[in-house]
Design a protein around this ligand. Structure first.
Ligand code: C2E
Ligand code: CA
Ligand code: CA
Ligand code: CA
Length: 279
């Protein structure tokens, strides 16, 4: 739109710092990427900590940029949130993830459920629950096959609105996970009043296991309380057998991380799941 303004745009662009100019370029490219299907979804197994059995798949977006190659979400999700592009991007991710899951379901591939990351900006739109409902309807995926991951910081920002908003989502029959748990200073007492199914302990606490006493204490406390409050507790970023053994010891029944598998393309998911099923 600004380009159509000719002079106005050029004048405006000249006044920007390199950083800001880079952002302008990137957001128009991202906009195009959504329209031209340059986005891809990768999937990372969520597993049973002790048996490695796959219980679900987390959906992680990638951007296959024509010149820059594969771009990871940390470098464009925030920009997408700030520019509003997260709305079409988020809908694209949800629709494609549900379509893919429906396809696997039809082919008898035992993926458990898919877990999709949703941004606070996306969820706060008044029509989010309806959009989600129509995506489930369109794709034919059962709601019990879908989990949404929301970050702890976002949920805390919601305050009194959290109960209503999350309740509307739960009413659709989907599961809810609190992502990056432990980084946002919310209390387990506060959580108890919210309709979450899963707590995902942030990777930053797992890296120090088993030797760092603070990490060990935090992970033990979250797991013990989380289990007794009826949440499914999952540890993110598990990279070593020593970390896994610690988690099994404290009763953390779910895990995710490079020890089990990195995020992979859909074709590799099928190989991974059919291989696991045969063993
Ligand atoms: P997240 O939700 O915390 O996702 C987990 C991140 O940890 C992923 O990074 C994953 O590749 C990485 N990871 C998994 N296992 C390990 C491990 O063992 N060690 C280490 N060091 N890292 C591990 P990724 O794919 O780069 O995604 C980064 C973040 O971008 C995600 O963090 C999530 O917040 C956001 N994101 C990704 N896809 C979407 C999306 O579709 N929508 C939204 N709103 N956000 C997304
Ligand atoms: Ca996540
Ligand atoms: Ca996370
Ligand atoms: Ca994270």
């Amino acid at each position: 739109a600004r380009e159509a303004g000719g002079n106005t745009y050029r004048h405006y662009a000249r006044g920007l710092t390199d950083y800001a100019r880079e952002r302008v370029t990137m957001s128009s490219e991202l906009n195009r990427a959504i329209e031209r299907d340059e986005l891809q979804l990768h999937y990372q197994p969520l597993v049973d900590t002790a048996s490695s059995r796959v219980t679900g798949l987390e959906v992680l977006v990638r951007w296959q940029h024509p010149e820059r190659g594969m771009v990871l979400p940390d470098s464009f999700i925030r920009l997408a949130e700030e520019t509003g592009l997260i709305i079409p991007l988020g809908a694209w991710v949800l629709r494609h993830a549900c379509l893919q899951a429906r396809e696997w379901e039809a082919a008898g591939i035992p993926f458990g459920r898919i877990a999709v990351n949703v941004s606070g900006v996306q969820i706060q739109r008044s029509d989010f629950a309806r959009t989600l409902e129509s995506i489930l309807h369109e794709t034919g995926l059962g709601a019990e096959r879908l989990e949404l991951e929301l970050t702890e910081t976002f949920v805390m920002d919601l305050r009194e609105d959290a109960q209503q908003l999350l309740g509307d989502l739960k009413d659709l029959g989907i599961a809810l996970a609190m992502d990056d748990f432990g980084t946002g200073y919310s209390s387990l007492a506060y959580l108890k009043g919210l309709p979450f199914d899963t707590l995902k302990i942030d990777r930053s606490f797992i890296g120090g296991l088993p030797d760092d006493p603070a990490s060990a204490a935090i992970v033990t406390a979250i797991t013990t309380l989380g289990n007794s409050l009826g949440f499914e507790v999952l540890a993110e970023g598990v990279e070593t057998q020593a970390q896994r053994r610690f988690l099994i010891g404290v009763g953390c029944r779910r895990a995710q991380g490079y020890l089990f598998s990195p995020p992979v393309a859909p074709e590799a998911v099928v190989r991974l799941l059919t291989r696991a099923a045969r063993h």
